[in-house]
Design a protein around this ligand. Structure first.
Ligand code: NAP
Length: 294
């Protein structure tokens, strides 16, 4: 049997390393394949999944939205986020799209962060694809406040509007949007005054060029003195494992969580949907770490 990874490019992904190890560990005869897919080939890649020897696929940048129109059904997890990262071929041949990032992030906060969202004040940096999954997790989890700091406030507004359309913005959660270049101290206030801070921008990621707001050497998006030991600081980046933000969090005595647990748990959720078996999470984590070390 086969599972594919649809993206462009795909050769940087560490998913094959831990997904293949998981299939092998359970004695499943499944090959995790890289399906490098330029935009004009998205429909052809999805069609491959309809073959009886295919369990499904993962979808990565830039096709998480584009695949949706070729699927037979979009699960609620993906409808809210507005993106599909996992496709499962059903026994009757129908293709269903899921998004396992919300589940992955929620589990990471619960198991590795020893925390939850209920009644918490959440501050989110960024308003792109990953931020959407984080926002859904926080809203569904019953956060008391969700503050989104974005360099394009309109992007954050459209994110919240979509989530509201899906009935995900509940009365118990106060939402606010703060421009990253806001000079009135709103960003500082939202960061000082939060229980969980999440970076969902690529700022601090290996290979990301420092061109954006607040990315000059001495000034990341968060000043160290804004962090307190009571805050859980979470960076969705997993390469490097200790980002500049997490380094600052640790120096201030705050709890620091990188993006690896989320990556592993979203992969484990996909694995379980394809195979119907529990994913060997500890092994997947070890293999992911090995792949990151190169
Ligand atoms: P994305 O859709 O491109 O969104 C990135 C967001 O960050 C956008 O709001 C973008 O604003 C903002 N941004 C980019 N550069 C910035 C800068 N220099 N200063 C301020 N804001 C900036 O990307 P994504 O898929 O959400 O990924 C975001 C990060 O999460 C990446 O580092 C990715 O590796 C990580 N991630 C981790 C996992 C995991 O499982 N751990 C899963 C998904 C993503 P503009 O739109 O204005 O550029």
């Amino acid at each position: 049997m086969r599972v594919g990874l649809i993206g462009f490019p795909v050769n940087h992904s560490i998913s094959p390393a831990f997904q293949q190890a998981a299939f092998d560990a359970l004695g499943l005869d499944v090959r995790y394949e890289l399906w490098e897919t330029p935009p004009e080939r998205v429909s052809a890649s999805v069609e491959q999944i309809r073959r009886p020897d295919c369990l499904g696929a993962n979808v990565t940048i830039p096709h998480k939205l584009a695949v949706m129109e070729y699927l037979d059904e979009i699960d609620g997890s993906a409808a809210g986020v507005g993106a599909v990262n996992t496709i499962v071929r059903q026994p009757d041949g129908r293709l269903v799209g899921f998004n396992t990032d919300v589940e992955g992030f929620t589990r990471a906060i619960r198991e590795d962060g020893q925390a939850g969202f209920k009644g918490q004040r959440i501050t989110l940096l960024g308003a792109g694809g990953a931020a959407r999954a984080v926002a859904v997790a926080a809203l569904v989890g019953g956060a008391a406040r969700l503050s989104i700091c974005a360099r394009r406030p309109l992007q954050a507004a459209s994110l919240l509007a979509t989530l509201a359309e899906h009935g995900l913005v509940r009365p118990e959660t106060r939402t606010e949007i703060i421009a990253l270049d806001d000079a009135s101290g709103q960003r500082e206030r939202a960061i000082r005054d939060c229980d969980i801070l999440i970076n969902a921008t690529p700022v601090g990621m290996t290979g990301h060029s420092p061109r954006g707001i607040g990315e000059t050497a001495g000034d990341l998006l968060v000043q160290p003195e804004w962090l307190s030991p009571a805050t859980l600081v979470c960076d969705l980046i997993y390469n490097p494992p200790l980002t500049p933000l997490l380094e600052r969090a640790r120096a201030r005595g705050a709890r620091a969580l990188n993006g690896l647990p989320m990556l592993i748990y979203q992969g484990a959720a996909a694995f379980e949907r394809w195979t119907g078996q529990d994913a060997p999470v500890a092994l997947m984590r070890e293999k992911a770490r090995e792949a990151l070390r190169g």
